[in-house]
Design a protein. Structure first.
Length: 153
């Protein structure tokens, strides 16, 4: 998808663009640029990005921050009928937390060959969770690559 393409409101691409905005915030804050939003009834109820450096906390991934925020918003620990949009495939830790939250859908951009949950069998996700991958994959991947290239220089 290029910048001239029209993005339909409430589509996976629309909400992934919102997650990308969070990833760009992380990039500007010198955090690994992963962004996430959680959506319920076509409404964003949580926005987050990685905060591991700022909080000095290895568990402060974008997904973990979003889960906590969404649960607080909903007033309960389960995220049934919610969708997580995240720019990078969740790690096993985040996948486990997403399983406990019983989230209905996970949509991610770029796969993570080294730390992504899909490397694990059986899957750590809740059995009813639907997974969609590759939404804005190129943009997500390029942002991560440019972040680490900047770190190496």
């Amino acid at each position: 998808m290029n910048s001239n393409d029209t993005i339909t409101p409430f589509s996976d691409e629309y909400f992934m663009k919102q997650a990308m905005q969070e990833a760009y915030k992380a990039f500007e804050e010198d955090e690994i640029p992963v962004g996430a939003v959680i959506v319920s009834n076509n409404r964003i109820i949580a926005r987050s990005h990685n905060l591991t450096e700022r909080l000095n906390d290895v568990t402060a991934h974008a997904e973990m921050q979003a889960i906590t925020s969404a649960a607080n918003y909903l007033g309960g620990k389960y995220l049934k009928d919610c969708t997580l949009y995240v720019t990078l495939e969740p790690c096993n830790m985040c996948a486990g937390a997403l399983a406990w939250s019983q989230i209905s859908r996970i949509v991610y951009g770029a796969g993570d060959e080294k730390r992504g949950f899909s490397r694990f069998t059986p899957s750590p996700l809740h059995p009813r969770t639907e997974v969609v991958s590759g939404i804005l994959e190129e943009e997500s991947s390029e942002l991560i690559k440019s972040f680490f290239a900047k770190k190496r220089n």
